[in-house]
Design a protein around this ligand. Sequence first.
Ligand code: GRF
Length: 186
Amino acid sequence: MPNLAIFVSGGGSNLQTLLNSNAKDSIKIVIADRPAFGLERAEKAGIETELISRKELGKNKLSAEIDKVMAKYSIDLIILAGYLSIFTEDFSAKWRGKMINIHPSLLPKYGGMGMYGIRVHRAVLEAGDRESGCTVHYLGEGVDNGEIIMQSTVPVRENDTPESLQKRVLAEEHQLLPKAVEGLLK
Ligand code: GRF
């Protein structure tokens, strides 16, 4: 059974769906790059946590520090579940094919630098799209690119605000992420 590390920067509702899934026993460590509620969720579930601060370490040292922790827990697969820091190229190359991310849009639409959180949903509404959704994908060479593993769509409604669309997409993420991860563990 592969050993998983989950990375978070915020509330960790996607992490929670993994803690509630069959993947839970594979989760060896939860890492945050800043104080995050996700760490509390992990602790409550009896999973080890580490806060590896981007602010204190900067990009290079952050990646080096994470690398050490990955070795300590013999991690095979990294899951970025709302993680906002960017890794060094060396780190990303080393983990290519072994690091996945969830993004709140139908990639390749609305991905890349600066496309995160509410900005994604605002852009979808501004473009007048009729549907949106979420994507689980492998990390590629850039931000939010790389091979797509699974996608799921939701309708965009006429009276949607960025917030109401975000809520619908997040609920869909909670279905998609555990399904994708359980699929990879088979
Ligand atoms: C999700 O929308 C995810 O797609 C994005 O960041 C958000 C994290 O939410 N990468 P949560 O911390 O899992 O609640």
